[in-house]
Design a binder for this molecule. Sequence first.
Ligand code: GRF
Length: 213
Amino acid sequence: MLNLGVLVSGSGTNLQSIIDEIEAGKLDASIKVVISNKESAFALERAGRHKIPKVIVKKSDYPLKEDFDREIVRVLESHGVELVILAGFMRIVTPVLINAFPMRIMNIHPSLLPSFPGLDGQKQALEHGVKISGCTVHFVEEGLDSGPIIIQAAVPVLEDDTAESLSKRILSQEHRIYPEAIRLFAQGRLEVTGRRVRIKDAATHSGMLVNPA
Ligand code: GRF
């Protein structure tokens, strides 16, 4: 069983999708700790409901961002975490965290990377006028929303979309591909060579690219 640590800042719907998949017996993993940099994050409430240990690490207590990350690493290691899941964690991670968990940190981003990294990926896509957007699960390296891509899901941009309606359509695919990426990792099926992530035994893997209306 794979030990997860989930880092959050907000509502935690991705956290919930991972919890649900584990509780349904579809993901052989255990969330050992949920860490938030925001006391008010609803994700903490979700962790509490499912009896998952939760820890708040506040940026204001650590003037140096490296010290903030050192504390995060300490908490993750003390809970025996093997894979770190960034799920709406609104901080840029430093090499302190990245080097403590090389190719063992995943992030989800609400666009088809490398298009529209950074904040408001959905709004950026809409304003650019793309016809297809989506979401990406990737390993975390130094650099904003960069790092080898594990799974992407494509989502159409509709004529009357707003940032909210597009975000909602993308989010429902996030909830599908994040647990899937973690499952592939847990099954030892992700092989990283340079920027490319090969999925071993891909013939039995569904949902590499989805196109739901
Ligand atoms: C998602 O859109 C995710 O792609 C982005 O932050 C949002 C988190 O949502 N990184 P939630 O907190 O999981 O509901």
